[in-house]
Write a protein that binds this ligand. Structure first.
Ligand code: NAD
Ligand code: TDX
Length: 332
């Protein structure tokens, strides 16, 4: 049994991980989260109080972070500013949290000899052409496009340097696009589901040809636990579930599953610098650590995600109006 410190555990993927860990292991969990606009304590409702505690605070606050790291066996670092569109309008918080926040955690794990797992994204590799047979691997050169992905790339490089220069016991994972419950309505899939549930039309950026490689958040969680338990220190593992879909097909699937005509969506302004395609080759994680995803079928994963948003309007409704007002200002 271990004590895990999970940063960003009130966000989308972090909260899914906390639920997964408490249901499938005997670890105890402390969540450190500053409850930014993207953090929601309601995502952590119903967890066992003898194995879970919540601390509100900033990962860049070294005095707060130090004692939390000291009493943990491992840190799993999810906290980040995570939305590309926001990073195009106000990059500064991305530097503060993704770079300085990660640096602050690295210094604390260096002081205390604590195991560290860094959660990152496939966006650090830039994008691929639609007809490129290649997929990202652990040796693909870094080539990030947005302020968001460049700050994530910076944090990955800090982790690598702290491993090599200071002997910090860290691993890194770069995962593809996640979907599932508890995802903020600013993101593509929940935005479209909640639009349709409210009688509004989905909004597709540009032509909708852009491809994302979707993985269910539970499969991300099982992969991170696998790396935490069996990953080799200093190594990077790519996480993906062979889920490439273009955005148009994804919107049409959502409309169909919600009983609407498949063409009942609007095209809106494209995202500046919009990455065309992401695709992950996760052979290393599968072959070396024996991991495999459980959600093979995107359609049934989407059905259960739609059901979750339908059943949990109280969770997302408070964020919806402000999110859509922000998008309207940007013509999106
Ligand atoms: P999210 O925006 O839903 O959640 C981020 C959480 O971090 C929020 O609870 C927020 O309050 C917290 N946070 C932000 N700044 C903080 C700070 N300075 N101190 C403490 N807490 C802070 O993000 P997400 O989609 O769950 O992403 C989690 C991680 O996974 C990120 O590191 C992201 O880069 C990575 N990732 C996301 C995806 C995806 O598809 N969403 C894919 C690959 C990797
Ligand atoms: O309304 C929309 N319409 C639309 O067409 C929105 C919000 C998005 N899109 C497009 C843009 C992307 O091609 O959908 C795709 C997915 O968009 P996002 O949900 O914003 O995700 P993305 O930019 O791909 O980044 C996500 O995956 C990698 C996460 O937000 C990142 O945190 C993660 O690193």
């Amino acid at each position: 049994m271990s004590e895990l410190l999970v940063t960003g555990g009130a966000g989308f993927i972090g909260s899914n991980f906390v639920h997964y860990v408490l249901a499938n292991t005997d670890h105890t969990v402390t969540v450190l989260d500053k409850l930014s606009y993207a953090g929601n304590l309601a995502s952590l409702d119903g967890l066992p109080s003898d194995r879970f505690r919540f601390v509100k605070g900033d990962i860049a606050d070294a005095e707060l972070v130090d004692p939390l790291v000291e009493r943990s066996d491992a840190v799993v670092h999810y906290a980040a500013e995570s939305h590309n569109d926001n990073s195009l309008h106000d990059p500064r918080p991305f530097l503060d949290t993704n770079i300085i926040g990660s640096y602050t955690l690295l210094e604390a794990v260096r002081r205390h000899g604590t195991r560290f797992h860094h959660i990152s994204t496939d966006e650090v590799y830039g994008d691929l052409e639609l007809d490129d047979p290649a997929r990202f691997t652990e040796s693909t050169p870094y080539n990030p496009s947005s302020p968001y992905s460049s700050t994530k790339a910076a944090s990955d490089l800090l982790v690598r340097a702290w491993v090599r220069s200071f002997g910090v016991e860290a691993t890194i994972s770069n995962c593809s696009n996640n979907y599932g419950p508890y995802q903020h309505v600013e993101k593509f899939i929940p935005r479209q589901i909640t639009n349709v549930l409210r009688g509004e039309r989905p909004k597709l950026y540009g032509t909708g040809e852009n491809v994302r490689d979707w993985i269910h958040a539970d499969d991300h969680s099982s992969a991170v636990l696998t790396i935490l338990e069996r990953g080799a220190i200093g190594e990077t593992y790519l996480i993906g579930a062979d889920g490439e879909k273009n955005n148009r097909d994804t919107v049409e699937l959502i409309l169909e599953l919600l009983g609407q005509p498949r063409d009942a969506y609007d095209h809106v302004n494209d995202r500046p610098g919009h990455d065309m395609r992401y695709a992950i080759d996760s052979s290393k994680l599968r072959d070396e650590l024996g991991w495999a995803p459980r959600y093979a079928d995107f359609r049934s994963g989407m059905e259960s995600t739609i059901a979750w948003y339908r059943d949990n309007e109280g969770w997302w409704a408070p964020q919806k109006d402000a999110t859509e007002a922000r998008y309207r200002e940007q013509g999106q």
